[in-house]
Structure formats: C-alpha cells, structure tokens
Design a protein around this ligand. Structure first.
Ligand code: GLU
Ligand code: ZN
Length: 286
C-alpha cells in the first residue's frame, strides 16, 4: 500500500519538535489515504542511545500515533544499500576518497582530488559523482526548488570511511521504495533532498513527493533537538502535547479527548495550510 513515513533516529527520546513532525507526517499520510510507516534511521551506531527506540515507540502509541505494518530499521537493510552501492559502482559513478577533513576544510564543495581513484582502497570513504545538471522538484510547502549539486556540495559521501552507509545513501534507497510516495519532514532537511534525488535517479528509483515543514524552535530561535537540550515529551500528558502541536500546525482543536482530537485533525489536515516560517515554542514553564 502507498505510504508516507516517519524516520526518527534513535539517538534519544521524542521531544516536542520530533512529536510535531511525527504528528504532521501522520495526519498528512492519513489525509492522503496513505499508510503511515515507521522507520528507525539507526545506522550511526555510535550515536544510538540504548532504550531510545522502545521509548519512541511507547511515546508514539501513547500519543495515538499508530503506525502501519512492521517497524523498519536501516540497520537491517545493509544488503540493500550494498547492492545499491554496487549498482552505482558499475555505472562508474563512485570513487574512493582519502582526503582528510583538514584537506577539505577550505572548500564548500568537494574539490575532486580523488575522482580518479576508482579501484577499492582500504580506509577510504566512497563518494558518488555529481554533474552540472540542475535538479528540480516541487516541495509541497517550500515550493519550486532548483539545485546544482556541483555548486552546492560536489561529489558526496555515500559510504563513510568508518564503513557506515551515509544518511543520503540509505535514505535515498529507502524513500525510493515505490510504496513510499510522500515524505514529510522538517525543513532543516530540505537541503539534503537533492542529494537523495540524485542517488534515486542514478538507481532508477521513483522519487516521492516532498513536504518540508517549518521546524519548532526554542526561545533562542534554535531548532529543538537533542543538541539544543530539548526535554523528552511527557508521556503523562499526551492530550495536552497533541493539542499544543495541532495549534502550532494551525489546527487549534476543540475540547476533545485524545483519539477524537486526532480524528478531528485527520479530517481537517491540508498541507497547503502549513506556513513557511519556523515557530518558537517552549514546553517548559517560564
Ligand atoms: N532520521 C532523521 C532525523 O531524525 C530524519 C530523516 C528523514 O526524515 O529523512 O533527523
Ligand atoms: Zn578525496
């Protein structure tokens, strides 16, 4: 069944910013008659937090955000990423890069030092080539986008030097699955989309439609995240949390219990109502 998806990284519990994105993605999928799939982006093993996955699942359920089908994990799909990498390799689109961080520090785009290194080298990152073609797509919230990857990032990493598949690669393979037709996520990820579209195009995978929604910021205007000290969502107050998120999404709900409130929101959701601006919201008193 065609689906939307929510793809948290299990680096910590859900916080107000990730609950907001989860709710928007859930409502959007349901309003479009799609299934809502859940995938853990758990490839960056050192950053995963023990127990975070179980805690995220519990929070989603407590907040009435029930996913469809089995929970997917990127860590269980390594063979697919490897097969995709080999496809890129056969097309001569990949090369081995041994540049140090320092060697790249002064250049906003990859300067191309290792482009000729096409035979495997150990202890090297693998990059995919980009070209000067313009990548275009229409984001349902942010509008028409046009990017030249050679000018913005250059050849980018698909497999890291430490052997981990890069976010761009794994996400392109997973979101390029023909059943995922809608990707709603925070607009902080908008700039990564052309890289994913590039990989999907090289692999002949169908691209989903994207909607990059504003992110929730703290009082200092920083995106709520683990790094900015976002407190975990309080599972004791799901109704108030969902009410706050709906209000921030432009759907202030009437006085309803949790499940009816979500049903109410499903029937009113429309992506065109989402504004462009990030919003500040602080769940903590004072
Ligand atoms: N796992 C990523 C994150 O939590 C999101 C990836 C995505 O939605 O593409 O920031
Ligand atoms: Zn290099």
């Amino acid at each position: 069944m065609a689906a939307g998806r929510f793809a948290p990284s299990p680096t910590g519990p859900l916080h107000i910013g990730s609950l907001y994105t989860a709710l928007a993605s859930f409502l959007d999928a349901h309003a479009e008659g799609l299934a809502w799939r859940l995938r853990f982006d758990d490839l960056d093993e050192p950053r995963n937090q023990p127990g975070a996955e179980a805690r995220i699942l519990r929070s989603l359920e407590t907040h009435g955000l029930h996913w469809d089908g089995a929970v997917a994990r990127q860590s269980e799909r390594l063979d697919r990423y490897q097969a995709a990498l080999e496809t890129l390799h056969r097309q001569a689109k990949t090369f081995y890069c041994t540049c140090s961080r320092k060697a790249l520090a002064d250049s906003p785009t990859y300067p191309g030092h290792c482009r000729e290194r096409i035979t495997p080298i150990s202890n090297a990152a693998i990059r995919v080539r980009v070209d000067g073609a313009a990548l275009e797509f229409t984001d349902l919230v942010q509008g028409r986008q046009r990017t030249r990857l050679d000018r913005t990032v250059g050849d980018f990493i698909v497999k890291r030097r430490d052997g981990l598949f890069a976010y761009q690669m794994a996400t392109a393979v997973d979101d390029g699955n023909s059943s995922i037709i809608r990707v709603l996520r925070g607009r902080d990820l908008l700039a990564t989309t052309p890289r994913q579209l590039h990989v999907m195009a090289l692999l002949g995978l169908p691209a989903p439609t994207y909607a990059h929604i504003p992110v929730l910021a703290n009082r200092a205007g920083e995106k709520w995240s683990k790094q900015t000290g976002a407190p975990p969502v309080n599972d004791q107050t799901p109704q108030a949390n969902i009410r706050a998120c709906l209000t921030l999404l432009g759907l202030p709900p009437p006085d309803l219990d949790l499940e009816p409130m979500i049903e109410w929101a499903k029937s009113r959701w429309h992506i065109s109502r989402i504004g462009h601006q990030d919003q500040a919201f602080d769940p903590r008193p004072g």
